[in-house]
Design a protein around this ligand. Sequence first.
Ligand SMILES: [Zn+2]
Length: 140
Amino acid sequence: MRIHNVPTSAALSDPGREYRASEPDAPLRCCLRKSLPDEPVWLFRYSPSSGKGPYAEVGPIFTHVDCPDEPSLDRLPVELLNNPRILRSYNAAGQIHDGEVVEPGSFDRVIEGLFNNPEIESLQVRSVSHGCFYFAITRA
Ligand SMILES: [Zn+2]
């Protein structure tokens, strides 16, 4: 699988972005880990690329202002998967195929099963409570 994070430069496209000294444990979409206390972060509106047309959604995400880490994009970021998450699948046209809640420890198996379906082009990992976008996954 291939993980798709969000570069910090994406924040610059939102004129309403907010600069913050983060609370601890904010999920950072740049390096795909939780924030430490007082790290400078952007909070801004972001639209993941897998949803297109009416399925394009905009929501709030955090990134570092200057990201100090390079995430591994060939394996799941375990620090963001220690709680149940929504896995939302999209077809090549960017329409939602399905969505399901996945428990920690089951992500690899569920993702493999979803990608066995040739109609599914990409996945979005989202929070269960707020539905916030965390990162996207495609086949390697
Ligand atoms: Zn970062």
